[in-house]
Design a protein around this ligand. Structure first.
Ligand code: SF4
Ligand code: SF4
Length: 72
């Protein structure tokens, strides 16, 4: 799955680092491994691989991630 690509620069994925509590759940549920943990905060490492499935949003306990499913 990691090799599949979608259209560049159209994902609605937004991460609010200030709201992240470092739970690591987004790194576990994302099917494209888009998140990594750095200094106990999630960071987006491969924005254009996001397929807007919504798994990260649905699992983030602090509301730090936003995505509009199906737009990209
Ligand atoms: S919406 Fe899906 S593909 Fe995009 S970052 Fe979240 S879990 Fe990964
Ligand atoms: S799921 Fe939310 S709170 Fe947890 S690491 Fe990811 S962005 Fe941070």
């Amino acid at each position: 799955m990691e090799d599949l690509r979608y259209i560049d620069d159209v994902s609605t994925l937004v991460l609010d680092k200030d709201k992240c509590i470092g739970c690591t759940l987004c790194t576990e549920v994302c099917p494209h491994c888009i998140f990594e943990m750095r200094d106990k905060k999630a960071v987006i490492t491969d924005f254009n691989a996001c397929m807007e499935c919504g798994a990260c949003v649905n699992n983030c306990p602090s509301g730090a991630i936003l995505v509009n499913p199906g737009v990209g």
